[in-house]
Design a protein around this ligand. Structure first.
Ligand SMILES: Cc1cc2nc3c(=O)[nH]c(=O)nc-3n(C[C@H](O)[C@H](O)[C@H](O)COP(=O)(O)OP(=O)(O)OC[C@H]3O[C@@H](n4cnc5c(N)ncnc54)[C@H](O)[C@@H]3O)c2cc1C
Ligand SMILES: *[C@@H]1O[C@H](CO)[C@@H](O)[C@H](O)[C@H]1NC(C)=O
Ligand SMILES: *[C@@H]1O[C@H](CO)[C@@H](O)[C@H](O)[C@H]1NC(C)=O
Ligand SMILES: *[C@@H]1O[C@H](CO)[C@@H](O)[C@H](O)[C@H]1NC(C)=O
Ligand SMILES: *[C@@H]1O[C@H](CO)[C@@H](O)[C@H](O)[C@H]1NC(C)=O
Ligand SMILES: *[C@@H]1O[C@H](CO)[C@@H](O)[C@H](O)[C@H]1NC(C)=O
Ligand SMILES: *[C@@H]1O[C@H](CO)[C@@H](O)[C@H](O)[C@H]1NC(C)=O
Ligand SMILES: *[C@@H]1O[C@H](CO)[C@@H](O)[C@H](O)[C@H]1NC(C)=O
Ligand SMILES: *[C@@H]1O[C@H](CO)[C@@H](O)[C@H](O)[C@H]1NC(C)=O
Ligand SMILES: *[C@@H]1O[C@H](CO)[C@@H](O)[C@H](O)[C@H]1NC(C)=O
Length: 694
């Protein structure tokens, strides 16, 4: 059903765009194509070979090549994206002309999920320069300090300095380093009840984040409605307290309302760099390890790649390190086909075990989402889109197209469960050992210890804290199936107790791996999601939001009891697009794959730097933390090789800083605008497809 509805989205026959943006974009790429090379321009050897030119990979490429003495090659499986530049750049196209299910989407199939009605779900992932940041919802949210510190604390037993690398202060600085914040105009700020603190944002980083150019009036009802149901507004959601309700920023450049993503931020604005090359259409097939190194200290000497399953394989030599940035699926898959991973998995797939590492592909976690749909009398992004009346909105089409759903709330367990929150927490904590035994997909003792460590953090430190367990998000983008005059209140589970795994089927990287997130296998996840859905219905029934809603389309009045909700959610949940954890940063004796320097255990010179490294899930969408992870990784790598590491929050080296100053931005934001949200609406399609078509 997910596949069907996403297909419907991508085939939706709207073809609006911004002519100016299209032509400007072409120019941009012609200018900046210099670092993108063809196979015959590739040198024999590089200091760093980066595997995957996605969100994290391009940050690393940009930062490491700031040092002119360091040579860097990026191998990216997908194409450049130039042929669809206008679609990538136009934020509204993420809804109405999506690249999902095109050749730019891996569209990885999942194993049928028994707790989700055995549906054939799919994980979208970007397959092009920029990776998932080129196709995502641009929704830009940070995790909170409690979550980030909990992650760092998982590593202090093996590295007392872990806090200085991944604790809040460092990680916050790294996230800020990647950001240029665009403040809202006064009219947008008041119309949407936006609260923000400029000091919590970056001022000169490559990725632009800000508020849209037009706010639909219904967004103004969000903050007071949430307050009426006991969820207070966060005065500063980006400074470590990302809970409560708030109006989120999006990764959009307000100078021209274009998507700001890893390629446009970190690569295109670079001056000529003879030490940096990016090779598209290059799928890494395996890492090659040198002979004569101890089996607990394998050294990668080369990387093998090919343009297709049948094409001849090429190799490129590595002087310093291989940096895996293939994403939550790609990175563990590459390790496994290279002989690094769980022995049973590798042996079954016919891969010789070179370095046994039980945690590779384990501890897989994702946010699950679904939503309630209501008819509305108010203006929606979809209704404006269909009427094509962008020009009637002050600010015009460009500002309108900047619209991304932005009203959100991260709701804690006390709000969801009231007096039962404490007993719920006790029972989850009491089930830790039995859950590990019955629910962990691997019974390796170290992986079980990791399952428990992750579970314990969530149960001990998150359930009783202000951290949100459910994200509630207002989606105004409509769907081709349910029409334009609808809104959705979406609900996403943020800290799952269910953990899954990724395994390989064969030694050939072109064969997709087996992905089994084991959604909702832990009953706590079902209960939290169910209570989140009930809470979302309460939100929709509360003033002032309820004043423009005229009836629940889905699930509708027949769904009321706990059993009803559980049956309904099993048939409607889908990914919120945030899988992580498959090469988790954890101690080796807890099934860890990378240490606190992101180095793979047992390998001398390979790191994993992407969403797979996060050991716990955050109540946040992942792009902002991934930019922070990659910025901090570049700091650590440069510090390791060069005592003159860049200052943590330097601006002179930020590629985008020279082209745009914050002051210039505020001039352009005076336009009024409208805004949609991104990710949620895709899930909405699923809901509608499931509930209104069947
Ligand atoms: C549809 C969608 C919507 C989303 N919406 C949001 C949102 O609104 N806000 C938000 O914060 N997050 C969102 N996310 C999540 C976020 O975009 C991702 O978590 C993040 O971009 C992942 O970054 P990464 O570096 O881990 O991997 P990616 O950016 O996916 O990069 C991995 C790269 O590695 C390449 N690769 C893989 N295997 C190989 C190989 N063997 N050889 C060579 N290259 C390889 C891939 O082609 C890709 O370019 C969304 C994701 C998706 C898919
Ligand atoms: C948008 O503006 C930025 C900053 O001014 C510029 O670098 C980029 O090329 C522009 N993009 C398009 C598509 O015009
Ligand atoms: C680059 O190498 C040259 C020559 O070896 C050296 O003088 C210079 O300091 C190096 N620069 C950096 C940034 O390491
Ligand atoms: C490729 O090799 C040439 C010749 O040695 C060198 O000048 C250039 O800097 C190299 N490029 C990269 C990206 O390593
Ligand atoms: C990548 O491969 C596709 C499909 O073969 C091709 O159309 C495209 O031109 C290639 N891109 C580059 C940069 O070579
Ligand atoms: C390692 O040694 C084997 C056997 O001598 C040889 O076939 C292989 O090419 C060597 N690998 C490397 C990376 O040198
Ligand atoms: C691992 O091997 C590399 C060379 O391949 C060597 O430089 C390094 O010292 C070794 N590390 C350990 C801990 O043996
Ligand atoms: C669980 O977390 C608590 C505190 O957060 C800690 O004291 C305890 O050691 C942890 N237990 C396990 C099994 O990790
Ligand atoms: C949960 O949120 C509510 C309202 O925002 C707040 O009053 C309460 O203290 C929070 N609970 C915890 C445990 O922090
Ligand atoms: C809207 O919610 C308020 C309470 O917030 C309630 O009094 C009112 O009856 C509701 N209106 C509708 C139409 O549901």
């Amino acid at each position: 059903m997910l596949a069907l509805s996403l297909l419907a989205l991508s085939l939706f026959p709207y073809a609006f765009g911004i002519p100016d943006a299209h032509s400007a974009h072409t120019t941009t790429h012609r200018i900046h194509a210099r670092n993108i090379v063809a196979q015959n321009q590739v040198n024999d050897t590089y200091d760093f070979v980066i595997v995957g030119g996605g969100t994290a990979g391009l940050v690393l490429a940009s930062r490491l090549s700031e040092d002119s003495n360091t040579t860097v090659l990026v191998l990216e499986a997908g194409d450049t994206g130039d042929a669809v530049a206008g679609t990538i750049d136009t934020p509204g196209d993420a809804y109405y002309q999506s690249l999902l299910n095109s050749g730019y989407d891996w569209a990885y199939p999942l194993v049928a999920q028994p707790q989700a009605n055995n549906r054939a779900l799919t994980w979208a992932r970007g397959k092009l320069l920029g990776g998932s940041s080129a196709i995502n919802g641009m929704y830009y949210v940070r995790p909170s300090q409690i979550e980030v510190d909990a992650w760092a604390n998982l590593m202090t037993s093996t590295d007392p300095a872990a806090t200085s690398k991944w604790g809040w202060d460092s990680f916050y600085a790294a996230m800020k380093k990647s950001e240029t914040f665009n403040a809202p105009s006064g009219s947008i700020e008041s119309a949407a009840n936006i609260e923000f603190s400029p000091s919590s944002h970056g001022t000169s980083g490559p990725i632009h984040a800000g508020y849209p150019g037009y706010i639909l009036p219904i967004v103004g009802s969000w903050i007071p409605t949430l307050a009426a149901v006991g969820v207070t507004e966060s005065p500063d959601a980006y400074g470590g307290q990302g809970w409560g309700s708030f109006i989120a920023t999006s990764s959009i450049n307000s100078a021209n309302w274009t998507r700001s993503y890893a390629r446009s931020g970190y690569i295109d604005p670079l001056p000529p760099r003879s030490n940096l090359q990016l090779l598209p259409n290059a799928t890494v097939t395996r890492l090659i390890f040198g002979n004569g190194t101890a089996s607990n200290n394998l050294t990668a000497t080369a990387v093998e790649y090919a343009s297709s399953k049948t094409a001849a394989k090429k190799t490129v030599n590595v002087r310093k390190e291989v940096l895996l940035a293939g994403g939550t699926i790609g990175s563990p898959q590459i390790l496994m086909v290279s002989g690094v991973g769980p022995k049973d998995v590798l042996t079954a797939a016919g891969v010789q075990v070179l370095s046994e590492l039980p945690g590779v592909g384990q501890h897989l976690q994702d946010h699950l989402s679904t939503g309630l749909v209501y008819k509305t009398t108010s203006q929606t992004a979809a209704s404006m889109h269909t009427a094509n009346n962008f020009g009637s909105v002050s600010g015009g089409s460009a500002a309108f197209l900047s619209f991304v759903n932005s009203a959100t709330a991260y709701v804690n367990l006390t709000t969801l469960l009231g007096n039962s929150a404490q007993s719920f927490q006790s029972s989850v904590l009491g089930a830790i050992d039995s859950s590990a035994t019955s629910l962990s997909p691997s019974q390796d003792s170290t992986v079980l210890a990791g399952y428990k460590a992750i579970y314990n953090v969530s149960a001990q430190q998150f359930l009783s804290s202000p951290v949100g367990h459910i994200e509630i998000l207002l989606s105004l983008t409509g769907t081709p199936i349910a029409g334009d005059q609808i809104i959705a209140v979406q609900v996403g589970l943020q800290h799952p107790f269910s953990q899954g795994q990724i395994t390989i089927k064969s030694p050939d990287v072109f064969d997709y791996p087996t992905i089994d997130p084991r959604y909702l296998t832990h009953s706590a996840d079902v209960q939290i999601l169910r209570e989140g859905l009930k809470f979302a219905r309460l939100v929709a029934q509360t003033a002032p939001l309820n004043q423009t809603l005229t009836g629940e389309v889905s699930p509708g009045s027949t769904v009321n009891s706990d059993a009803d909700w559980e049956a309904w959610l099993a048939n409607s949940v889908g990914t919120e697009f945030h899988p992580s954890g498959s090469c988790a940063m954890l101690p080796l004796n807890q099934g860890g794959v990378v240490d606190s320097e992101l180095k793979v255990y047992g390998l001398a010179n390979v790191r994993v730097i992407d969403a797979s490294a996060f050991p716990v899930q955050f109540a946040a969408h992942l792009e902002a933390p991934i930019y922070g992870l990659a910025e901090q990784a570049a700091n650590l790598i440069r510090a390791f090789y060069n005592a003159e590491a860049p200052a943590p929050t330097t601006s002179s080296s930020a590629p985008a800083a020279a082209t745009q100053t914050p002051a210039q931005h505020s001039g352009t934001i005076g336009l009024r605008d409208g805004r949609w949200e991104l990710m949620g609406s895709i899930v909405t399609l699923v809901v509608l497809a499931a509930s209104t078509l069947l």
